[in-house]
Design a binder for this molecule. Structure first.
Ligand code: FES
Length: 87
């Protein structure tokens, strides 16, 4: 699964959005329907954005506040040289 190790950061305008939760979208952070085409078993995270501003959107799949980044990506082995990936 091509999740990323860092959040997507950028401005998002007010509105209702479907954010990619499977990691396969070619239009991240937004869903492009790849979860259906690739039968990932995941569905997008639907979220109403109430304020136009910059956001950090989780691209690692580990945030507890999806679609927003909560910093969990910092614990990934790829971002933490002190952690050895489990096998
Ligand atoms: S990118 Fe997933 S918690 Fe930050």
């Amino acid at each position: 699964m091509p999740y990323d190790t860092r959040p997507w950061k950028g401005e998002i305008a007010c509105g209702s959005y479907e954010f990619c939760a499977c990691g396969e979208s070619q239009n991240k952070p937004f869903c492009d329907g790849s979860h259906e085409a690739m039968n990932t078993g995941k569905t997008p995270t639907v979220c109403d954005i109430a304020e136009t501003k910059n956001y950090a959107i989780c691209m690692c799949g580990n945030s507890n506040t999806k679609p927003f980044c909560d910093g969990s990506h910092k614990k990934l082995p790829a971002n933490n040289p002190n952690v050895t990936p489990s096998t």
